[in-house]
Write a protein that binds this ligand. Structure first.
Ligand code: NAD
Length: 345
């Protein structure tokens, strides 16, 4: 088999696909992708009440279940050919630095989902890991060396969230080694795009900065408050690259139980992100730096050598293009909220 298999080339259109965390950003977009490809049996699961889901795709079975409870996982994965677990209690830096216990408790979701999937005899299980699983001592400089897969060990992951991801990766690896459940693991680097969290405390930098620029313009303010000193660097992956990468990683035989980076390798500083958002919004603001706010590691980038070698592909949407689409979507949300209409997050 070639390495570029996808759900469309591997599954029948009536095979059951289950997506955990489907009321959230990436899960919701993944459901939309499979639906658009013509899959007729998709089960979307999230603990949020249905009206709070970021996207509800017509014709998709949508269940409100808490996947940290084992019986709910059994119900969620019954009859599935493939399970994608995107459910986790998570958010941007402000959330994960202040809610380490909640982040760690996502281990219940993953341990129960992987066991229920094994018991149900599913063909493939996908786990969404994170760049926060990498050793933090390698991320202390804004001009970082990009992180390659082997940099997770010796382990010194980000407290709370990162350790949970690393431990869940190990579960996936041992369910394959010991029990033969085919698992696939991607380490996402910051994902952004439409239908993501843009307000409320869990949003990440591209959405937060876009919202701040939009708000300043609307209210006629001339300042923007930036968390940290603006020098922190990250790479940001556009959502369509993320869902495409998940699909390819899940169906690649060389990537069974093998964690792989799924991220852009375009390094962007927070100051540059603000400049791009200002350019898109056609405005210039005075920058105030809040040095007491959470800022995370100094720098982080994705080394894409492995993914290019194994898939001949990497996430390549230029940040400026993805940010323009995200900004436009947030602006619409902002206006809808002002008009008293229902919005995402
Ligand atoms: P999100 O918060 O938008 O979506 C996660 C969803 O999981 C939410 O809708 C939430 O209600 C649901 N959830 C939480 N606990 C649950 C439970 N007990 N049972 C059922 N559902 C539950 O986040 P996202 O950005 O879509 O992230 C999806 C996955 O990707 C997560 O595992 C996250 O850790 C991982 N990840 C995301 C990023 C990113 O930049 N967005 C980066 C690295 C890793």
């Amino acid at each position: 088999m070639s390495n570029n298999q996808t759900a469309e080339t591997v599954l029948r259109k009536d095979d059951l696909i289950v997506v955990g965390g489907a009321g959230g950003f990436i899960g919701g977009n993944l459901v939309k992708r499979f639906h658009e490809q013509g899959f007729t049996r998709i089960r979307a699961v999230d603990k949020k009440p249905l009206p709070q889901w970021y996207q509800r795709v017509p014709g998709v079975e949508s269940l409100c279940l808490d996947l940290s409870e084992y019986p709910n996982c059994v119900r969620a994965v019954a009859g599935a050919a493939e399970v994608y677990n995107l459910a986790a209690d998570m958010g941007g830096m402000g959330f994960i630095e202040r809610n380490r216990v909640e982040c760690l408790r996502s281990i219940l979701i993953n341990t129960h989902m992987v066991e229920a999937s094994y018991q149900a005899g599913v063909q493939r299980f996908f786990f969404s890991s994170s760049a926060c699983a990498y050793n933090i001592t390698l991320q202390q400089d804004p001009n970082v060396r990009a992180l390659k897969e082997s940099d997770a060990y010796p382990a010194m992951a980000e407290r709370g969230y990162g350790w949970e991801k690393l431990m869940s990766e190990i579960f996936c690896q041992e369910y394959w080694a010991e029990r033969g459940l085919e698992t696939h693991i991607a380490r996402f680097h910051n994902v952004y795009g439409p239908f993501g969290t843009w307000d409320g405390g869990r949003e990440k930098a591209p959405a937060a900065i876009s919202r701040k620029v939009i708000t300043a313009k609307d209210l006629g303010k001339h300042e923007i408050i930036i968390w940290g000193d603006g020098t922190q660097t990250r790479s940001f992956m556009y959502i369509d690259d993320c869902t495409c990468g998940i699909d390819m990683i899940m169906h690649c035989d060389e990537l069974i139980a093998t964690p792989i980076n799924l991220g852009s390798s375009e390094l962007i500083s927070v100051d540059r992100l603000v400049s791009l958002a200002e350019e898109i919004g056609r405005v210039k603001l005075e920058r105030e730096y809040d040095l007491t706010a959470p800022r995370g590691v100094a720098g982080r980038n994705s080394d894409n050598t492995f993914i290019k070698q194994v898939l001949g592909w990497e996430p390549a949407t230029p940040f400026h293009d993805g940010l323009a689409k995200t900004y436009a979507w947030i602006e619409k949300q902002y206006c809808a909220r002002k008009a008293g209409q229902h919005t995402v997050s």
